[in-house]
Design a protein around this ligand. Structure first.
Ligand code: 5GP
Length: 238
């Protein structure tokens, strides 16, 4: 699809947002850029955009078939999606089933420890401040979201978690943790952004092999091969 004539509205770290010419939609293009450590580490991984676009589309189709409203309207081509023009809530929701990453570091819980309950964390969506964790009263105090929105994001995240855990289980993959973003659209809160190996920790159930962006963050190699593996298993499971 020809994007030269389209107005670029926003360039994120791995996706670009274009005007669709319609007030209710936007065009989202998945790029090959990979970043880690809040942009400190950067690379172009040839084909990553296509893999993440396909993976996220399968997941969003599955969630919407199961009653979760998402911003995805349709894929336009293999790296380009037509999405609802939401107002992004500046609060990221982190969902954890197994200890890993910053949770392991912060609380001294070894990576891979199963958690007795699903952990939900809210973080401020801010590159400038390094996405700091926030509690409800901090979020409502500075007006990032209302308490009703936080309550709704919590209950939606738990529904998403049981659906996604079931889907990845069928793929022989452990869904350790991931990040969700929500957007406001005509008075409703809907799932926005993407769900892909860039935003999830996905571990092969039998070997424990990491199949996600930790391969890039931790220089483990075979980043794209692992993303391809996730896509193949999702295609077989659907
Ligand atoms: P952690 O807090 O352990 O660094 O991340 C928890 C989970 O959320 C991981 O699966 C990680 O990929 C995802 N995550 C956290 N923050 C971000 C973010 O700003 N962007 C993306 N793409 N994923 C994130």
């Amino acid at each position: 699809m020809e994007l030269n004539d389209m107005k670029l509205l926003y360039e994120g770290k791995s996706k670009s947002v274009y005007d669709s010419g319609d007030s209710d939609t936007l065009i989202l293009r998945f790029r090959d850029s990979a970043t880690a450590g809040n942009g400190a580490k950067k690379a172009e991984l040839d084909g990553k955009g296509k893999l993440n676009a396909a993976i996220s589309a399968i997941i969003y189709d599955y969630l919407s078939e199961n009653g979760i409203e998402t911003h995805l309207e349709k894929m336009i081509d293999d790296v380009t999606a037509l999405v609802k023009r939401v107002e992004i809530v500046s609060v990221e929701v982190i969902v954890r089933n197994i200890a890993a990453g910053s949770f392991s570091k912060r609380y001294g819980v070894p990576e891979g420890t199963p958690l007795k309950n699903t952990v939900l964390e809210f973080c401020m969506k801010s590159d400038e401040y390094g996405d700091p964790m926030m509690n409800d009263s901090q979020i409502t105090a500075i007006g990032l979201a209302t308490q009703a929105e936080l309550d709704e994001m919590r209950s939606a995240a738990l529904r998403v978690d049981s659906l996604l855990s079931e889907l990845f289980d069928k793929c022989g993959i452990t869904l350790a943790d991931y990040k969700l973003e929500f957007g406001r659209f005509h008075g409703r809160l809907i799932l926005a952004d993407e769900i892909s190996p860039d935003s999830c920790r996905l571990w092969d159930k039998s070997t424990g092999k990491k199949l996600d962006k930790d391969r890039f963050r931790r220089d483990l190699g075979d980043v794209l091969g692992s993303y391809r593996e996730v896509l193949g298993r999702l295609q077989n499971a659907r």
